[in-house]
Every structure is written in structure tokens, then in C-alpha cells.
Design a protein. Structure first.
Length: 632
């Protein structure tokens, strides 16, 4: 993906896409015109197939009507109505010679036998079971048979029958004609039918009466199970349908039903869709090839022009920018300044590179100076740590001895002086520790000595150390500790963090209360809540900065401190992979939360293991102090 992205970001690629976008309307218009032409062609073919089917249907209906008219006229002739079979046959022979589309004309008497015919016969032929004869006698109406082979001619025919009525209106016989289905198929060949199209005439049972081209479908076969028959017979209202042929694919079919014919007859004209669209597809491919050739030629010419006019200079500018990004400020564009806007841009790049090169040299010198100063600071802090702690240890030792009156009783005023000396020395030692810790944090030299940490015991140790400070400030200490929480971490640094938070809470909550609570919930959570003066959001930001004091009025500040406790605590917690969160409101106190990740929490030891800890007796005094605070 990165490689594709880098190719896309190239100016030449975008120039190429611009050319393609310019040519896109041409491509879209081309395909739109092809689509319109395609729809027009389909609509034209639809109209053609419907027209052919309609034309054949009209001819078919005309053929049936003319057959009825001829038979009605014959039924009125005395020779046909009488019993003179010779005279009857003579008239029918003359009529058959005139109407060649019929294979035979005949008369059936009241017994259902053919007694005279245009085709010679030796004896009467029984036709009483023909459906056309039965309907004509029973219903007294013009009737026709389905597909059949003529009894006298042996040709495929449809037989029409017209009743012969007596003076009393009784059916005394029928006059009949057999339509030559081969003649009907030959008629279809004279029509102007599109290439690859086919025409089929069939009844509602699917029996084929005629088809085009010759041999397409055999006369008399059933197509009732074919997609053609099913698509037509199920269509209601429309005279156009589509179906899928296993060999030819999608077919377009127009059809008409001749409803006036007893039993109904369908005429269909169908053509493969692929044949209709073949010419369009050929034209489409020709257009595509032409347009594609134009696009390729345009892109090639455009790329050559782009490279000659812009490309090589842009590539040099890009190469120079890459060198500058890698810190090589000696790189230059090597583009003639006479190249219009690109020349002006190259001049600006070269000028910028010269300034960057100068600034880089200055910054390198400044970096060397800063590293030298930092080294000097480290040496200074190390020396000051030694030089300050040596006398401070002596001051602390002698102050404690005097405070305990190991060399004899002191006057009350001197006792107060000694107490102030001792507290000031302790405070100064804390300041020195904070400054050294902050220096280590800033230089990343703090290393954690991680081990299993008994959190409840660690908190109790911290409470013991701030117990005296809490009493002096009138602060009540409250505990809500989850004793199942054990951690992996640096116990000394974690204890330092807890002491910093407790000291701050006690210092800023005179006469109030401080609550320390822990719980193992999605990791480890320790909260220190106080009822002190509180802070604003801006005060919190200041308090988290080295040497920052939320109360910044230098000459009226009521609370002492270096301003390093919270910043150090925040850094130490983050080194443990956790976070420090401060929530506060003026006049309502503050809540400082330490969150450590789940991987630093582990399953506590069993009660039996805890009972044998070596340090339990040593902390009995501390536990008593913690319990005392908790009960206050």
C-alpha cells in the first residue's frame, strides 16, 4: 500500500489522471450513445417481431374466415344438400381446383360418413368420431379439428366443418375442407422476416401448425414443454416476451393470439438477442479501440511534454527536498533560475537551504555547549550533594541529640530553637533529594528495582511517616484499602510517590481529613482524597510543572515546598507504565488518582505465607499508628 501511495503522490501520475479525467466525458458519452443505440435496436426488433406476428395472425384469421364463407356457400347448394353423390363430388372437385390451399373438400351425411369428396374415393369413409364433426352436429356451429393427417389425402391438415341445416333447422350433415399446413408454412417464406428469426404457428395445446424457416419445427409436433410455449401461454395482456433457449441464449419473441378461431391459435416471431446486438457490439468495440488509442496517444504525448517542460525540474526539486529532510543542508536544486515559476521556486529552495545550513551549524554549536553545561550541572549536583549532605548530617545528628537533651536539660526557648534547626535541616535534605530526583528524571537515569510489593504494608509505612505531620496540622487520616492488591514494581519509588501525595494532601488540608483508598479494578487504582483548599484547572497544570506552585503569590504564599513532589510522582508513575490523574475544585478539596496497568497486579500470597513474613514484627509500631489514625 505504501508503494501504491508513493506512486499516486507523484506529479506525473496526477498529470496522467488529469488527462484521463479530461477524456472521461468522451468515454462516458461514447458508452451512453452505444446504450441508446442498443435500446433503439431492441425496440426496433420488438416492433418488427410484433408486426410480423400481427401480419401472420391477420392472414390466419382471414384464411379461417374465408374457409367459413366458402363452406357456408357450399352448404346452400342443392347438389351438396341432396343425395346425388356424383353431382356433389363434381362440384367439390371444381371448388378444390380453385382453392389450392385446401387439400380436399368433402360432405359428411347424417350417419357421419364421407359420401362425396373432391378427392376420388371407393366407398364412404367413417368420419363420425372427428371432433370437428361431433361439434358441428352437436352444437350446430362452424368447427375445426386439431392437427391431423387427412384420411383421403394423407397430408397434414386442419379440417373445417360447417353444418348443413334442413328446412326445420336440424343438422343433416356437414361440408368440410382440409387446410394444407404445408401451404401455410410455404406462405411464411414469402414474408420479409429478419435473418435468424423464426415464425411458429401453434394451438393452445402446443401442436405446431406451421413454422419458418423450413424444418425449424416439424408440423404436428408438440412444443408444450418448451420455453417458447411457456413464455407465451403465461403472458397476460402483453404481446412481447423473453425466454432463454438452451442453445441460442436469450430470445426476444413477439406474438399474437387469434381468438376468433375456435380453440385459439398463437403466431410467434422470435429472434436471438445476441443476433440483434451483434452489430452494436461490433460497433462498440470499434469505438472502444478508437477511444483507447486516442487516450494512449494523448497520455504519451502529454507525458513527454510534461517531462520536458516540468517533470525533470520537479524531480530535482523533490530530490533536494528529500536531502533536506534527511538533514543534508548542503543540497541544492540545480535548476536554472530562468525556468519561470519553477526557477523562482528553485531559487527559494536554494536560499532556504543556505539559511538552514547556517542555522544547523549554530544549533550544533549550541548543542555542544548545552551538553557541556549539562555535564557541568551533573558534576555540580554530585559535588553539592556531597558537600551539603555532610554538614546536614552533622546538623541533624546534633539537633536530635540536643532535642532529646542527651547532654542535659535545655531552657524552653533553646528547645524551640533546636526544633526549628532540626526541621529546617530535614526540609533542606528533602529539597536536595527532590532536586537530584528531578535531575535524574529529566535525564532518564532513573532505573527501577522491581520486585513484589505488599501494597497494604507499603501504605502503612507511609502513614507512619506522615503521622506526626498529620497530628500537627489537625488532619484525620482515613483508610479504605483492598488488602488483596499486590504489585510488581519498585517499592522505594512507589513509597516515595505515596509519601508525596499524602504530604501534599495533609499540607493543604489543615483541620480537615485525608483518605487513602486502593482497589484492584481493571489494574490497580490508588486514590488520595483531601478536604483542602482545592485547585482550578489552571492551578493543576502549574502544579504538575517542576518548581510549580498552584499558589503563585510569591510574597503571600502560605504553604512551603519546592514544587517538585507532584512532577516527580507523575514521572515515576509513568515510568511504571501508569498515569496520574488530578481532580479538584476550589473549596472542595482534591482527589489524586494513581492508575497502574493490569500486568503489574499479581495474585497475593496465601495467608500462611503472609503469617511468616520477617518484617511483620518490625512494623507492629507502624500498624498501631496507622490503626490509631484510622479510628480518629
Amino acid at each position: 500500500m505504501e508503494k501504491i501511495g508513493s506512486i499516486w503522490r507523484k506529479t506525473s501520475t496526477r498529470f496522467f489522471m488529469m488527462i484521463v479525467l479530461i477524456l472521461t466525458p468522451l468515454i462516458v458519452d461514447m458508452f451512453y450513445q452505444v446504450y441508446v443505440h442498443r435500446q433503439e435496436q431492441l425496440e426496433k426488433i420488438r416492433a418488427d417481431v410484433e408486426s410480423i406476428s400481427s401480419l401472420v395472425a391477420k392472414e390466419h384469421l382471414s384464411l379461417f374466415n374465408s374457409a367459413r364463407e366458402v363452406l357456408v356457400a357450399l352448404s346452400q347448394i342443392p347438389q351438396i344438400r341432396g343425395h346425388d353423390t356424383a353431382a356433389c363430388s363434381k362440384i367439390l372437385t371444381n371448388v378444390g381446383a380453385r382453392f389450392t390451399q385446401y387439400t380436399n373438400f368433402s360432405k359428411v351425411d347424417s350417419t357421419g360418413h364421407i359420401v362425396c369428396s373432391s378427392t376420388p374415393m371407393d366407398k364412404p369413409v367413417d368420419a363420425s368420431k372427428g371432433i370437428n364433426i361431433v361439434d358441428a352436429f352437436d352444437k350446430g356451429v362452424f368447427s375445426l379439428s386439431g392437427y391431423r393427417i387427412g384420411r383421403l389425402t394423407g397430408k397434414p391438415v386442419i379440417v373445417f366443418s360447417q353444418p348443413i341445416f334442413s328446412a326445420e333447422g336440424q343438422v343433416t350433415g356437414t361440408v368440410n375442407s382440409g387446410l394444407n399446413l404445408n401451404w401455410l408454412s410455404a406462405y411464411l417464406t414469402d414474408l420479409s422476416i429478419p435473418d435468424k428469426a423464426s415464425v411458429t404457428v401453434f394451438d393452445r395445446k402446443g401442436v405446431v401448425y406451421a413454422s419458418y424457416p423450413s424444418g425449424h419445427l416439424k408440423i404436428g409436433v408438440s412444443i408444450a414443454q418448451t420455453p417458447l410455449f411457456k413464455s407465451v401461454i403465461t403472458e397476460t395482456g402483453a404481446q412481447y416476451a423473453r425466454y432463454n433457449d438452451p442453445k441460442m441464449g436469450e430470445m426476444l419473441v413477439g406474438f399474437r393470439e387469434v381468438r376468433n378461431v375456435p380453440g385459439g391459435v398463437f403466431i410467434t416471431t422470435d429472434i436471438p438477442k445476441s443476433v440483434v446486438l451483434a452489430g452494436i457490439e461490433k460497433t462498440t468495440w470499434e469505438h472502444v479501440i478508437v477511444v483507447f488509442s486516442v487516450i494512449v496517444l494523448s497520455v504519451l504525448l502529454g507525458w513527454v511534454q510534461f517531462h520536458l517542460i516540468f517533470g525533470r525540474w520537479i524531480e530535482r526539486l523533490a530530490a533536494m527536498a528529500q536531502h533536506l529532510a534527511q538533514g543534508d543542508f548542503s543540497a541544492r536544486a540545480h535548476v536554472p533560475y530562468s525556468q519561470g515559476e519553477l526557477g523562482a521556486l528553485a531559487h527559494a529552495f536554494d536560499s532556504m537551504a543556505e539559511r538552514l545550513q547556517t542555522h544547523d551549524q549554530v544549533l550544533r554549536q549550541a548543542k555542544d555547549n548545552a551538553e557541556h553545561a549539562n555535564h557541568a550541572k551533573s558534576v555540580f549536583l554530585a559535588n553539592m550533594n556531597h558537600e551539603l549532605r555532610t554538614p546536614l548530617n552533622s546538623i541533624n545528628g546534633f539537633a536530635e541529640m540536643m532535642e532529646l537533651e542527651m547532654f542535659g536539660a535545655l531552657p524552653a526557648q533553646y528547645k524551640e530553637y533546636v526544633k526549628n534547626i532540626h526541621s529546617s535541616a530535614v526540609h533542606l535534605g528533602g529539597v536536595i533529594d527532590d532536586i537530584l530526583d528531578m535531575a535524574k528524571v529529566e535525564t532518564g537515569k532513573i532505573e527501577l528495582s522491581e520486585k513484589e510489593v505488599d501494597v497494604p504494608l507499603l501504605i502503612e509505612d507511609a502513614l507512619f511517616m506522615v503521622h506526626r505531620m498529620a497530628k500537627e496540622n489537625g488532619v484525620k487520616l482515613k483508610l479504605n484499602i483492598d488488602r488483596s492488591c499486590f504489585l510488581i514494581g519498585d517499592p522505594i519509588r512507589l513509597k516515595q510517590c505515596i509519601l508525596n501525595l499524602l504530604s501534599n494532601a495533609i499540607k493543604f488540608s489543615p483541620g480537615g481529613s485525608v483518605t487513602i483508598a486502593t482497589r484492584c479494578e481493571a489494574g490497580f487504582i490508588l486514590e488520595v482524597r483531601d478536604t483542602g483548599i482545592g485547585m482550578t484547572a489552571d492551578d493543576i497544570k502549574i502544579a504538575l510543572q517542576p518548581f510549580g506552585h498552584a499558589e503563585q503569590r510569591a510574597f503571600t504564599r502560605r504553604f512551603q515546598g519546592t514544587g517538585l513532589g507532584l512532577p516527580i510522582t507523575k514521572q515515576l508513575i509513568e515510568i511504571h507504565g501508569g498515569e496520574l490523574i488530578i481532580e479538584s475544585e476550589i473549596g472542595r478539596g482534591s482527589t489524586v488518582t494513581i492508575r497502574l496497568p493490569t500486568e503489574r497486579v499479581f495474585k497475593p500470597p496465601s495467608p500462611s505465607a503472609g503469617a511468616t513474613r520477617d518484617d511483620a514484627p518490625k512494623n507492629s509500631q507502624k500498624n498501631s499508628a496507622a490503626n490509631e489514625d484510622r479510628d480518629e
